[in-house]
Ligand binder design. Sequence first.
Ligand SMILES: *Cc1c(COP(=O)(O)O)cnc(C)c1O
Length: 459
Amino acid sequence: MREQLCQLPKIDKILKEPCFKAKNPSLLKQIAQEQIHLLRQKLLTNLPLPPYEDILTAIETAYENLLTPSLKPIINATGVIIQTNLGRSVFSPKLLDGIFPLLCEYNNLEYDLQMGQRSERYEHIKQSICALLGCEDALIVNNNASAVLLIANTFAKNKEIIISRGELVEIGGSFRIPEVIVSAGGILKEVGTTNKTHLKDYQNAISSDSAMIMKVHQSNFKQIGFTKEVLFEDLSALAKKHELVDYYDVGSGFIAPFAGIDEPSLQEIASKNPSLVSFSGDKLLGGPQAGIIFGKKHLIDQLKKNHLLRALRVDKFSIFALSAIFRAYLENDVESIPTLQMIRQSEEELLAKAKQLAELLSPLPNLCCEIIALSSKAGGGALSAQEFPSYGVALTIPPIKPQILHTKMRLKGLVGRIQNNKIILDTRCLQPHHFKQIQDIFAEIIDEENNAKSPIKNA
Ligand SMILES: *Cc1c(COP(=O)(O)O)cnc(C)c1O
């Protein structure tokens, strides 16, 4: 055995190989050592040592794999616009063009150029939000979960937050309102029942321990049947009467005008004189991950004094991106906000896209495809009950099973779904430059399949 271990190539020799000349020596050494360690273990279990050339190739592959970014662009053919797993909202190149110079230079993120002194990073967005929503003040944090945490911690530490049993929501990825309130040091005071909560339930719960009345939007589910929830404006009035804070976690939120959405817009909510409201930056707003808080200035001032804000604060990337998005809203520039564009597409446009896709895919050998009517979703816990009619294609490549075909597609950066043993590509989230890419992906898959079947032809 000792003798065999002596056959292991020496690290020094490997590092001097011409094929590794351009590589970072310390990283290369680390990877070579790991590979040699694996080979040693193989030898100890009596497996043979591979040829020296293969060892070099394995080291090179491990090196390249480490330096290949694992984040890749994906073509979203699921039809779900706000897909948390696929990065939620996408940006238009036009907005990013404006952000680019800011990232490559120093900037006045927290610097007042007039006075030559420190200022707040929130200043860069506050005015746009206030202009858009007609509110007094605004603050930005890392995400909407942070907003809930910060607000509960600031106003209800060791105090009660009154909330309906119908609104103790769980969002995907382990965010649950009751747990966040407890983490923030607040005391949850549940009122009403799962399906019905009345104003008097809130009224009766108010005591000297109460600090806040909170409403949470039922963003990712819908209650139907024998149900009742209290309007935010009524809760807001009740809270103000008892000198409590009223807070509405709207979840996604959206900015009007917005065709065909049957939920109150952020402008409408803002017009009800709320104390505090929060929503996500990367759901229907179509911006970066962020939590946007707006409402009364004296309360936002208190949030700013909470040391937790330092832990939850947003970086300059998010500030640049958010301010660009809000400016686009102020200019009604829908073209710069892909999330809005995707929602607003007409059925005619979607059908035209499906026809275009089918025309590109149909000529591919072995590929069978047809245009189908679909129904897509906003996703991301937004507009859960609302279906958006859409069009797409259903396709098969007969010898390849749909699950296997979908895996091959995913590895090439295309995600759709499987329905009735067919691959479904919904065109709602597809942009013009994706069509040729999709055609290329399927052409490659078909090619690879043919080559695998006839290895002689390939040799
Ligand atoms: C999505 C959502 C959150 C969490 O927002 P993130 O920005 O994902 O942190 C909180 N509350 C509600 C009601 C939501 O829909």
